[in-house]
Design a protein around this ligand. Structure first.
Ligand code: SF4
Ligand code: SF4
Length: 429
């Protein structure tokens, strides 16, 4: 057993209000320099939508991450790294137009415009070229608050199977928010794809960082990451990415996105895991089994044997105590109500999500409905289709999502029963 400590995050999606405060505070902290204009280490996507960069989950278009071929784990970073042509031109990489060419507005024109018949206009101009843009066509947050059923749904590869359903049943449209940062994966394909070893997973806490002295700007990491969370700085010619606010976490502070989160959706903590199990977990054949395989890597911080071995591995007592109190341990490992994003990418991501308990579509009108075999209205009539949640958080395994939603529903009913005056009253209401 090779014990390591890993910092991780759980985001409770029911609590996200899509305010983008996290994105803005992250941007002003980390990507407020020339060359980083288009970068959002943290972004919040409205789902179902096409995301940022555009259609980032379309693995046919962007060939990043790990694939399992003939029982072996292989990097699919846009082709064999040894191919010279691939070094100069990588056809599978997201380009600026997939992110967007960021613009600002000519406020000076707005403020100092002389009196005239028509209202002055603050024209948009490119932050990169400084030239006016006639009509911006795409931005990192272009489809904000557009629910499923709109044009963006038709372009989302995740909802193809739901398109017909949505087209014919518009009253069942839905939306949810998905905030995203780098996953600080246990098996990071960005690190594996870097020819110069500039990307590395920090031993003490598992944060994935870029060594800018070593980075030569090859950009394989940008393509190697299936979550598209590595960016290329056109000014310094170096890779950049979320660093889990390590200068803050080292000082005992939360990441800036967590500290400023309006919905208080973000939980940060430490988990202990067995690094020897990582490769086997990522190589499990059936994508639906990857979640369980990842869970099997984690260790019980309350187990005295684990604690002893952790100490032997150089993990200090404050870290072991932090692992015992970790909300990540409780939400993801003990209670199993948080799930990894796209486990099928095989990077073993470490930002996990509590799926949203969306509003119920119909009222329960008939007591008999409650007795139908295996059918639980509070869960089975959720507005957000379970198939959709499963396509994001459970490698299409609806059973996994349903189990989590059942636990969340039970907890909600229990708490309402306690606060509103009893489960029977809650049902009648
Ligand atoms: Fe690397 Fe982060 Fe992408 Fe994982 S999510 S592969 S750690 S950049
Ligand atoms: Fe959601 Fe919090 Fe970000 Fe607001 S600050 S969008 S609530 S994650």
């Amino acid at each position: 057993m090779r014990i390591k400590a890993q910092v991780a995050m759980v985001m409770h999606l029911d609590k996200c209000i899509g305010c983008h405060t996290c994105s803005v505070t992250c941007k002003t902290t980390w990507t407020n320099r020339p060359g980083t204009e288009y970068m959002w280490f943290n972004n919040v996507e409205t789902r179902p939508g096409i995301g940022y960069p555009k259609r980032w989950e379309d693995t046919k278009r962007y060939k990043g991450g790990w694939v399992l071929e003939n029982g072996k784990l292989k990097l699919r970073a846009g082709g064999p790294i040894t191919k010279l042509a691939n070094i100069f031109y990588n056809p599978n990489m997201a380009e600026l137009e997939d992110f967007y060419e960021p613009w600002s507005y000519d406020y000076d024109n707005l403020i100092h415009s002389p009196k005239r018949e028509n209202l002055p206009v603050a024209r948009p101009f490119s932050q990169i070229t400084g030239k006016y843009i006639d009509k911006p066509e795409w931005g990192s947050n272009w489809d904000d608050d557009l629910a499923g059923g709109s044009e963006n749904v038709k372009r989302d590869p995740n909802v193809e199977k739901l398109q017909e359903h949505i087209k014919t049943e518009y009253e069942k449209t839905f939306m949810m928010y998905l905030p995203r940062i780098c996953e600080h994966c246990l098996n990071p394909s960005c690190v594996a794809s870097c020819p110069t070893g500039a990307l590395y997973k920090r031993d003490e806490d598992g944060i994935v960082l870029v060594d800018h002295d070593a980075c030569r700007g090859w950009r394989f990491c940008q393509n190697g990451c299936p979550y598209h969370k590595v960016y290329y700085n056109w000014n310094t010619h170096k890779a950049e990415k979320c660093n889990f606010c390590y200068p803050r976490t080292e000082a005992g502070l939360p990441t800036i996105c967590s500290e400023t989160c309006v919905g208080r959706i973000r939980y940060i903590g430490v988990v202990l895991y067995d690094a020897d199990k990582v490769k086997a977990a990522a190589s499990v054949e059936d994508p639906k089994e990857l979640y369980k395989a990842q869970l099997a890597c984690f260790l019980d911080p309350f187990d005295p044997e684990v604690q002893d071995q952790a100490r032997e591995a150089g993990i200090t007592d404050p870290w072991i105590e932090a692992a015992k109190e970790s909300p990540i341990y409780k939400l993801a490992i003990k209670w199993k109500i948080a799930l990894p994003l796209h486990p099928e990418y095989r990077t073993l991501p470490m930002v996990w999500y509590v799926p949203p308990l969306s509003p119920i579509m119909n009222h329960i009108t008939n007591e008999d409905e409650l007795k139908t075999d295996g059918y639980i209205p509070a869960v089975d009539q959720m507005r957000i289709p379970m198939e959709y949640l499963a396509s994001i958080l459970a490698a299409d395994d609806v059973k996994v999502i349903r189990k989590v939603l059942l636990k969340l529903t039970a907890m909600r009913v229990f708490m309402r029963g306690k606060t509103v005056g009893g489960i029977d009253e809650f049902r009648q209401s």
